[in-house]
Each structure stands twice: as C-alpha cells, then as structure tokens.
Design a protein around this ligand. Structure first.
Ligand code: AMP
Ligand code: MG
Length: 337
C-alpha cells in the first residue's frame, strides 16, 4: 500500500521521500493545481513504463513533461517568441505548450510517444519545488486508471491506485480541478488542442489573436466513434438535463431549481453561486460522489460554455460518450444498492 505524506505537515519529508522514489524509478502521486499527477522521471524508460502499467494506459499517448521553471523547460524544448510570451504570462499555471523537442534533451521517447514534439508545463506549488529538487522533468498524466475520472484528492488516488504505487503526496484538494489547457503555436497562429484550467480568452488576450479550435467535442456526437470515452463514472451520464428522473443522481449548477429533484437519489450543485472556477474544482469529486451513491444514471444541468465552462463541457461530453466496454450497463445498480 502507498505511504501517504501530508506535505503541509512535513514538507521536507515529502520532498526527500519523493526524490528517493523518483530516483529509484518509481511512479508516485504528486499534487498539482490541476489534478493529481502520476509522476515519474521523464528521462527513465523503466519509470515511464511504470506510469503506463499503473494506469493501464495505451502507450501511444504522449505524456505532459512537467518542469520546475521556464529555464528548465528551455533545456528540453525549442521556444518561439509567442510560446515564450505565453509561458512567461501563465507559468507556473495550468497551461501546457506543445513545442519542438530539442535533439539534446534526455526526455525519453516513451514520454513523447516518439513524436519530435513535447508537451511541457510548469505546475504551481509543491510540484514545481519537487521537480526543482529532483532536477529532471517529470512525466505525469492524471493519477487514475486510464479512462476513469481524474483524481483531485489524495483519497481519490488512494482508492484507485493505492495498492500499485509506493507514495502519495497529499496537498489537499486540487484548486483548479480540471487538467491543463493545451496549446500549440503554429507560425503566427495558436491552436487549442485541449480546453482546460486556463480559460481560452485569457490566452487570447496575451497572444493577441483568437485560438484556432478543433471541432467541438459536442460535434462528435454526430459521429460517436470519433469521441473517445474518458472521465467515465460507472453510471451513465445524461447531459443538459432540464429534469431529473426518479432514482437518478443530479449534478446541478448555479442554484437553479430542477424539476424532479426531490425524487433524485442525490443532488449536488457544482457552484450554487454560478462560479465556473468553483464548478471546475468540484467537477470530478462530485462525479465520484454521485457515482458512489450507486445510481445507474447521473443527470447534469446545462453548464455555460464560456470561460472554464469550455473545459467542463469538454470533460462532460467525454464522460457521456459511448463506452468501449459495457461499463454503462448498471441497470441492476438501483435495486442492489
Ligand atoms: P494528460 O492525459 O493530462 O497527461 O495529457 C496528455 C495529453 O497531452 C495527450 O493526450 C495529448 O493530447 C497532449 N500532448 C502531450 N504531449 C503532446 C505532444 N507532443 N503533441 C501533441 N499533444 C501532446
Ligand atoms: Mg487523465
């Protein structure tokens, strides 16, 4: 079982235990402001393999490489002026830049899925200090089984991966609560690869141009095969619900009354005051709580699509996407729990 160290109680012990485990090639759970990461030495192929094995994640997916600061990132990636301006404006913070990988970087191809680019980010708080102390970049996807809801607390990590990893660093709930926003500068254009914890309009403000967006996740509803299931609870997910069915869980937003709420199994409001940042911070935890109530379906109220709502809606579309395995078949759940 994983040892859990509260970094507020003993920061030095956490730094030392984490550095030792990372040097030994282990993958450990590391708090960041976005979600908890499953972190390993990005230059050590055996350590990166442990990430994939622990998560059950396909190996062709590149991992974000976390840096202590911009100077460290410049050792591994080639910065164009616009990418550097974005890094200076938003690091440390929930922004990942996809950049050309420098030929001399020791980041292993298992972390980049063999691409000649690398996704880099400088996380806020303890994680940045840990990477500085360790001295090498850490590859870190979210600390949860592949395809499942991302972990935003040490307890989430322990319940999912506690038996598989040696160490969980506990810094309390993640303050942002959704993964980083990923962008790639292409010439004089900036492409949004994934909406996330930094609102697109903040990036547009600094970049001085609109972000190029891929097709919206919601557009893929017309072609369900194109939208991979991710962030999936055990229960099925019903979006933009104006009413809740008896026995369903309801995850509401903005304090609005929802028809049928009295007969719902459980009612949670992501942000009664309608604050999208608060909603993002609560999203994954509330999904887990609704799921743990044993319902077969979770209904979500509509969430506005502006600011961090873009990232929330992206995650919800994926949570609602058809599943490869038949996890959605929880028709027996209501009667057994
Ligand atoms: P996460 O699951 O939060 O670790 O995010 C990993 C995601 O970052 C990948 O699935 C890609 O979407 C993106 N990513 C990381 N590195 C690259 C890269 N070199 N090129 C394009 N996308 C990348
Ligand atoms: Mg993830």
């Amino acid at each position: 079982m994983a040892r859990i160290i509260d970094i507020k109680a003993d920061r030095q012990a956490a730094l030392e235990a984490a550095s030792a485990a990372l040097a030994d090639g282990f993958a450990i759970a590391m708090p960041t402001e976005t979600v908890y990461g499953l972190a390993a030495d990005a230059t050590n192929p055996a350590a990166i393999t442990r990430i994939y094995e622990t998560k059950g994640r396909p190996r062709f997916n590149p991992l974000i490489c976390h840096m202590a600061d911009l100077a460290m990132a410049e050792h591994h990636a080639e910065f164009d002026p616009l990418s550097r301006a974005l890094a200076e404006a938003f690091w440390p913070g929930p922004l990942t830049l996809v950049l050309p990988l420098k030929a001399e970087s020791p980041i292993h191809s298992l972390a980049t899925a063999g691409l000649d680019s690398v996704g880099v980010r400088v996380p806020k708080g303890f994680a940045g200090a840990l990477i500085g102390a360790f001295g090498r970049p850490l590859a870190a996807p979210s600390a949860n089984t592949s395809g499942a809801i991302s972990a935003t607390s040490a307890a989430h990590v322990e319940a999912d991966l506690g038996a598989k990893i040696p160490l969980i660093l506990d810094a309390g709930p993640s303050t942002v609560g959704v993964e980083s926003t990923i962008v790639k500068v292409e010439g004089d254009r900036v492409r949004l690869l994934r909406p996330g914890g930094l609102a697109a309009r903040e990036i547009e403000h600094v970049a001085g141009r609109p972000l190029l967006r891929a097709k919206k996740a919601s557009a893929a509803i017309e072609a369900p095969g194109m939208l991979a299931s991710h962030y999936a609870p055990g229960a099925s997910v019903r979006l933009n619900a104006s009413a809740v069915e008896p026995g369903e869980a309801l995850i509401a937003f903005g304090g609005a009354a929802v028809a049928g709420a009295r007969d719902a199994r459980i009612v949670l409001d992501l942000s009664p005051r309608g604050d999208l940042a608060e909603a993002a911070a609560n999203l994954f935890d509330y999904m887990k709580r609704a799921d743990a109530s044993g319902v077969s379906s979770i209904a979500f109220s509509p969430i506005p699509d502006d600011g961090l709502g873009e990232a929330i809606n992206d995650r919800l579309q994926r949570a609602a996407a058809p599943r490869a395995t038949d996890k959605a078949d929880r028709s027996d759940r209501g009667s057994t729990r």
